[in-house]
Design a protein around this ligand. Structure first.
Ligand code: NCD
Length: 312
């Protein structure tokens, strides 16, 4: 039976724990894993722009001794000739051992997984889910705080279209005593299916418009970019794009040990003046993304590296 990653819920909490432990061991002992994927190939099929997610998967596979191939835009693939995702997934299965797909349509990765005979990783499907970013975010929080329980996380910006937000909230809702604070303009509120899920689980959350009102209560502040490409009209985007700008004045209101995360790319929502603040963790987050994707590739390919060496 092949295994895919389409949403963060495809892995149980126990499996996630093992994945993060493996990522930690990879961080501490990279040489031990340098040949683990020799002879294996990864196809990265990106129908939407990406810098981090595509190159982070490729770096992960290269670090494991495997090889990569793929396309970086729909225009350079047969999608431009009218090929369906289903057919592309069947074809890629003849070339590669594992496939990573990013697509503007919600559900596209699930279609690919249905038709592919190799493991499929969802690297973002429209405004829906982005599970490998969630693994990255969780690994970062676990490394910074030592645990994924007992903290308050604020999500700020475009909570409507931000797929990284939807995936992370869905996944963190399984942990103990995590409180959610949603900071957005009314037009960019988190979707109802997310708040309904929290209500069903009796998980506390608040929704506010002003960041200043809540920043002092947060342990993690998860900033997001306003998702220009998912807006239906330009005027709304222009009106909302600079609604939040995290700067030194706002950071002065935050706890001394509140960390700032961002899936990146950032536009204006975090002023560069806070990049050197020790609480700014968004570039460290990128590095964790490589380790966690290495661990994911090994897990989906069912490759076990013998124990030994130092663990963290
Ligand atoms: C995010 C995405 O693509 O959803 N980026 C990423 O993968 N790191 C966030 C974004 O584009 O704003």
């Amino acid at each position: 039976m092949k295994r895919d990653l389409l949403t963060p819920l495809d892995f149980s909490k126990e499996e996630l724990n093992s994945l993060f432990d493996l990522a930690c061991d990879i961080e501490a002992n990279p040489a031990k894993y340098a040949h683990a994927c020799e002879g294996k190939k990864m196809a990265t099929c990106f129908y939407e722009p990406s810098t981090r997610t595509r190159l982070s998967h490729e770096a992960a596979m290269l670090n494991l001794g495997g090889k990569t191939m793929g396309f970086a835009s729909a225009a350079s693939s047969s999608a431009s000739k009218g090929e369906t995702v289903a057919d592309t997934a069947r074809v890629i299965s003849c070339f590669a051992d594992i496939m990573v797909i990013r697509h503007p349509k919600e559900g596209a990765a699930a279609v690919a997984a249905h038709y592919a005979t190799i493991p499929v990783i969802n690297a973002g499907d429209g405004g829906h889910q982005h599970p490998t970013q969630t693994l990255t975010d969780m690994m970062t929080i676990r490394s910074l705080r030592g645990s994924l329980d007992n903290f308050t996380i604020g999500f700020c910006g475009d909570l409507k279209f931000g797929r990284t937000v939807h995936s992370l909230v869905t996944s963190l809702a399984r942990y103990e005593n995590v409180k959610f604070v949603f900071i957005s303009p009314p037009e960019l509120r988190v979707p109802d299916y997310i708040t309904e899920m929290l209500n069903e689980k009796h998980i506390k959350y608040t929704e506010v418009v002003r960041m200043e009102d809540v920043i002092g209560s947060l342990d993690i502040l998860y900033m997001t970019r306003v998702q220009k490409e998912r807006f239906f009209n330009e005027d709304d985007y222009v009106r909302l794009k600079d609604f939040y700008i995290l700067n030194k004045d706002k950071m002065a209101l935050a706890k001394k040990d509140m960390y700032v995360l961002h899936p990146l790319p950032r536009v204006n929502e975090i002023a560069t003046e806070i990049d050197d603040d020790p609480r700014a963790a968004y570039f460290r987050q990128v590095q964790y993304g490589v380790y966690v994707r290495e661990a994911l590739i090994l897990t989906l390919l069912n490759i076990h590296v013998p124990e030994g060496g130092q663990t963290c």
